[in-house]
Design a binder for this molecule. Structure first.
Ligand code: HEM
Length: 257
C-alpha cells in the first residue's frame, strides 16, 4: 500500500522498500533505525539522516525543497517551503534574514560591518547537511533527532501528554523544562520553546476551545516518519500565533519554577 503525506502540496514518495530477492530470501538491508524515513537513501548521502530539525526533514521528505548533492538548499526554496507550511510574510522574512546570517557563518562568510551585512543579504543557499555543526544547535532539545532519530527520546517527549492523547503548549513547556534540568542554559530554554511554538503552530490544530494541540501520532509522524500529520491543513503562522504560544509556554515554566 502506498502511504501518502497529508500535505496537500506534495505527496510523499514512498521510501524505497527493500525488495525480496528472487530466491525469496529476506532483504539484506533493513530500514536504518536512526533514519526511519530513509532520507539518507533518498538524497544518497548518510548526512541527510542526521539533519536535526523535524521541519527540514519533513519538507525534504515531501520534496518541497531541492537539496543538491552537497546538501545546499536555495533560499528561494526555503522561502517557498515556509510559505507552503503557513508561515506568513513578516515572520517568514525575519526568519529568513536570521537563517541567512547562520548560513554565512556555516559557510565561513564574514557578517560584520556593512560588507558583512551585504553578504548576509546576498546569501542564496544554506547547507542542511552542516546543520548539526551550526550555531543553532543548543542545549535542552528533546534529543529525538540528535545524531539521527532516537525512539526512546521520542517516547519521552510524547510522554508529556497530560491527557495521554494530545500534546499542548503546556505539555511542550513541561517537556522543555525537564530537558533544561538535564542540560541547563537559558539559551536552550528560549530556543527550545521557540522551536516547540513554531512546531505546534505549523503542524497542529485547534480544538473547540481554541487550544492548539498535536496528537501523539502527529508528533511521531513528523519526527520519525518525516510526514505531515494525517489531514494536515495549512495554518496562518505569523508573529501573533507564534508569540502567543511562546508566551503560554514561558508563563507555564515560570509557574512551575
Ligand atoms: C519554520 C519551521 C521550523 C520548525 C517548525 C522547526 C522545528 C524544530 C523543532 C521542534 C526542533 C527541536 C527538535 C527537538 O527538540 O528534538 C528543531 C530543531 C532544529 N531546527 Fe528547526 N524548525 C523550523 C525551521 C528551521 C530552520 C529554517 C532551521 C535552520 C536553518 C532550523 C534548524 C534547526 C536545528 C539546527 C535544530 C537542532 C537543534 C538542536 O538539536 O540543538 N529549523 N526545529
Amino acid at each position: 500500500m502506498m502511504i501518502q503525506s497529508g500535505c496537500p502540496f506534495h505527496r510523499t514518495k514512498p521510501a524505497p522498500q527493500p525488495q525480496p530477492k528472487p530466491d525469496g530470501q529476506a532483504p539484506q538491508q533493513p530500514v536504518d533505525s536512526t533514519d526511519p524515513a530513509g532520507l539518507g537513501q533518498k538524497l544518497d548521502n548518510p548526512k541527510a539522516g542526521l539533519i536535526p530539525c523535524p521541519w527540514w526533514r519533513t519538507v525534504i521528505n515531501n520534496d518541497m525543497v531541492k537539496v543538491d548533492h552537497d546538501g545546499n538548499v536555495s533560499f528561494k526554496d526555503l522561502r517557498q517551503a515556509l510559505k507552503q507550511t503557513g508561515v506568513t510574510f513578516g515572520l517568514r522574512e525575519v526568519a529568513i534574514l536570521g537563517v541567512k546570517r547562520v548560513a554565512c557563518h556555516m559557510a565561513g562568510v564574514p557578517t560584520g560591518g556593512i560588507t558583512g551585512f551585504m553578504n548576509v543579504l546576498n546569501m542564496d543557499r544554506i547547507n542542511v547537511f552542516d546543520l548539526p555543526k551550526s550555531e543553532l544547535m543548543h542545549n535542552g532539545d528533546s534529543g529525538t533527532l540528535r545524531n539521527g532519530f532516537n525512539q526512546a527520546n521520542l517516547e519521552r517527549l510524547i510522554s508529556y501528554s497530560s491527557d495521554g492523547q494530545r500534546i499542548t503548549a503546556k505539555d511542550l513547556a513541561d517537556a522543555n523544562q525537564k530537558q533544561m534540568e538535564a542540560d541547563p542554559g537559558e539559551a536552550g530554554r528560549k530556543f527550545g520553546i521557540a522551536e516547540y511554538s513554531i512546531l505546534l503552530n505549523i503542524f497542529g490544530k485547534k480544538d473547540e476551545s481554541g487550544e492548539k494541540f498535536l496528537t501523539k501520532e502527529d508528533v511521531t509522524k513528523i519526527f520519525k516518519n518525516n510526514q505531515f500529520p494525517d489531514g494536515w491543513e495549512k495554518n496562518k503562522v505569523g508573529f501573533w500565533a507564534f508569540g502567543s504560544s511562546f508566551k503560554e509556554m514561558s508563563d507555564r515554566q515560570k509557574e512551575a519554577r
